[in-house]
Design a protein around this ligand. Sequence first.
Ligand code: BTN
Length: 247
Amino acid sequence: LSVVLGLDAPFTVESHARLDSTNRRGRDLAEEGAADVVVLANEQTSGRGRLDRTWEAPPGGVYLSIVVRPDVPMRDAPLFTLAAAVATARAAREQGADAHIKWPNDVVVPRDGTSYDKLSGILTEMQGEADRVEWVLPGIGTNAEASTADLPEGATSIRAETGAVDRRAFVQRLLEEFDALRENLDSVVPAWRELALTLGQRVRVETPDGDVVGEAIDVERPGTLVVRRDDGEEVRVNAGDCEHLRP
Ligand code: BTN
């Protein structure tokens, strides 16, 4: 089916004009044993977001989910989410957008001061045992064609940033970058650092154990954010919602 798009990708691409959710379809394929398959759609009727939110997915977006079966322990699974963010940011940069990454995996375009507009969101699902991942499914939603008037507050699109979008080239580059990163997992965190908007910023991260406030000073494998609190103590955060604060 990748032929339909003229893609020369290291994955089999299943392309749909419209789907309920590429993650839902990707999950079904993963449970059937699929590997290296990409589910792509131009529109989703019930897109899934992080933290049980819904994800608005009108026509003109690039919605895709990648089914991979890496031979790694579960603790490395977050690297695939970071890799998806790096691959998406690089592909958006090739289109001309000033894409950066907000921890852990939002692709954003920075504005004045500490603000930014969101270009892509990523929701990764996974299954496996502690010592071995069975499958990982990063699902990436990118606003591509929409004008800012049609997007929610705080969102932007490739077209809004650059005036044009080449969907085929965007998907192709994203998949090539993702493929190279998953083949060299040691390169993921350094690549992420180079695109990070969050590092050096004052942040508040909401975690299940309470809020952590301080300066984001580093990201460590497999995606842990290191925050230096005002009392000087360094706190490591593995998951949570991150807000950039004014200094
Ligand atoms: C977020 O909340 O920021 C993550 C949004 C992830 C949306 C993408 S669109 C492609 C894939 N399929 C889904 O249903 N969700 C993800």
